[in-house]
Design a protein around this ligand. Structure first.
Ligand code: AMP
Length: 289
């Protein structure tokens, strides 16, 4: 396994490892890896001859005052874990390699996908994400790129960007990996103190509550959203950013649950902002199969 820091070395490595005639799978991450990331790497290894993992805490997707500086980092551990999960190369570029001085180009998906959920609370975030993903895809030039459903809105936005720009890569979205008790794995979970960690479980439980209502036949979005909010409010330290029920493909608001709606939540515990989501299907849809 190799640790590479420059695009020049990246290309040399890919050429030396016979990229031509082989498939390259790419897993972009910000590091501090957990089982969620590792599931992406394992899937990429199943699907491809060569797996490249990038570890890059991207400054442009953090707004001033957000946690760019504090974001947890542990390159040595990430390297080991990537290796164990099947990565062939870890790409860990400096900020100056990704954004050389004088670089002024950004890539932005406009329209409804970026104007809701995290796009409202973090208005500059997705432009940073789409810009860095474009740069990394151009650097690595993979056949397939892997993202997690944990960041459902990010996955939809990147899918749209790939389609709109005819980017020559196939995108694969992998399921959310959770802790044993249900909390979605996130590098930011380490910020939580013991009490916050305990209460953070209400994110998952509130999504289950929403799902339970749908199973019981409730389809009114307002009722489901209200029940999820009430569940979250049982955690005294939780500050709700949003609870939304949206079309799972367009992220437009829905009045009722039908096939594939996205129940998405964002909640702050102290300075830690956590997101989670669940795809819900109406009872009718589920009994059709
Ligand atoms: P990050 O390092 O947070 O930027 O995440 C890198 C990739 O891992 C993104 O595609 C995330 O959606 C994905 N990811 C993060 N957490 C999870 C999780 N719990 N389950 C599945 N994928 C995840």
């Amino acid at each position: 396994m190799s640790l590479i820091q420059t695009v020049q070395d990246l290309n040399l490595w890919l050429d030396n490892n016979g990229r031509h005639g082989k498939t390259v799978g790419f897993v972009p991450t910000m590091g501090y890896l957990h089982e969620g990331h590792l599931s992406l790497i394992r899937k990429a290894k199943e699907d491809n001859d060569i797996v490249v993992v990038s570890i890059f805490v991207n400054p442009t997707q953090f707004a001033p005052g957000e946690d760019f500086k504090e974001y947890p980092r542990n390159l040595e551990r990430d390297y080991e874990l990537s290796c164990e999960a099947g990565a062939d190369m870890v790409f860990h570029p400096e900020v100056s390699e990704v954004y050389p001085s004088g670089a002024t180009t950004a890539v932005e998906v406009t329209g409804s996908l970026t104007k809701t959920l995290c796009g409202l609370s973090r208005p500059t975030h997705f432009k940073g994400v789409t810009t860095v993903v474009t740069i990394l895809l151009n650097m690595v030039r993979p056949d397939q790129v892997y993202f997690g459903q944990k960041d459902a809105q990010q996955a939809l936005i990147i899918k749209k960007m790939i389609r709109d720009l005819w980017m020559p890569v196939k995108m694969i979205i992998c399921p959310i990996v959770r802790e044993e008790d249900g909390l979605a794995m996130s590098s930011r979970n380490v910020y939580l103190n013991a009490e916050e960690r305990k209460q953070a479980l209400n994110l998952y439980k509130s999504l289950q509550e929403g799902e339970k209502l749908v199973e019981e036949g409730v389809i009114a979005a307002s009722k489901i959203v209200q029940a999820v909010r009430m569940y979250l409010e049982r955690a005294p330290l939780a500050v709700i950013d949003y609870v939304e029920l949206l079309d799972a493909n367009t992220l437009e608001a829905v009045a009722e649950v039908y096939d594939d709606v996205l129940l998405a939540i964002a909640v702050k515990f102290g300075k830690t902002r956590l997101i989670d989501n669940k795809i819900l299907k109406s009872k009718e849809e589920r009994t059709c199969f």
